[in-house]
Design a protein around this ligand. Sequence first.
Ligand SMILES: CC(C)(COP(=O)(O)OP(=O)(O)OC[C@H]1O[C@@H](n2cnc3c(N)ncnc32)[C@H](O)[C@@H]1OP(=O)(O)O)[C@@H](O)C(=O)NCCC(=O)NCCS
Length: 185
Amino acid sequence: MTIENTIFLLKDGSVGTLCLPDATAENGKAMLRYLYQVSSETPYTGRSAEDVALLTVEDQVAWLQKSLDSKDSISFICVQNGQVIGSCEVELLLWKRCRHRARLGLSVLKDYWGLGVGSAMLAHMLNILRGFNYIRQVELEVYETNTRARGLYEKYGFRITSVQPDALQLDDGTMLDAYHMVCRL
Ligand SMILES: CC(C)(COP(=O)(O)OP(=O)(O)OC[C@H]1O[C@@H](n2cnc3c(N)ncnc32)[C@H](O)[C@@H]1OP(=O)(O)O)[C@@H](O)C(=O)NCCC(=O)NCCS
């Protein structure tokens, strides 16, 4: 799905752009760099840096093209000075009985945490989803120790509906529960 470019001000006064860029090799490389960095900086993306290292630029070019063409997902990234600094994706459930549901994922590079990038992406995505009058709820999973993400989601009206025990295993073997959260649109 194509997305109109939208600019916003970060809390430090700099400008970020929310967009879904063309599926070029250069943009594929920028996406791969982003995924590698973000998965090295936090365990909460689920996918580890080792998993990302298996991906290729071609995979990311294909992901960009699929996102542009897709009817069952909405994706955009946040770019600043040519660098990808955040990413937000929603999977739409297409079966008639589940069409009211959307599943969200979100991440931001650590250097930019606390500057309002997560808020800007989440607010933008919720606005896009409100434009689909049949989508009634947005769902996600957040790991139990991820207080920053939980705080962000609660600020936008997400509430915990259930807990999945031992959903994530950290490198040291620690198991984390996942909270399933839902936001009614
Ligand atoms: C979670 C994440 C997306 C937040 O992005 P961000 O750009 O730092 O978020 P913002 O600066 O917009 O902060 C949003 C809100 O989060 C909440 N928040 C921030 N830090 C918090 C903390 N330490 N504890 C509790 N809530 C916190 C606040 O409500 C804040 O809003 P405010 O600034 O108006 O008070 C980012 O930290 C990230 O990418 N983390 C790693 C990947 C990840 O966890 N993704 C989510 C998977 S479910």
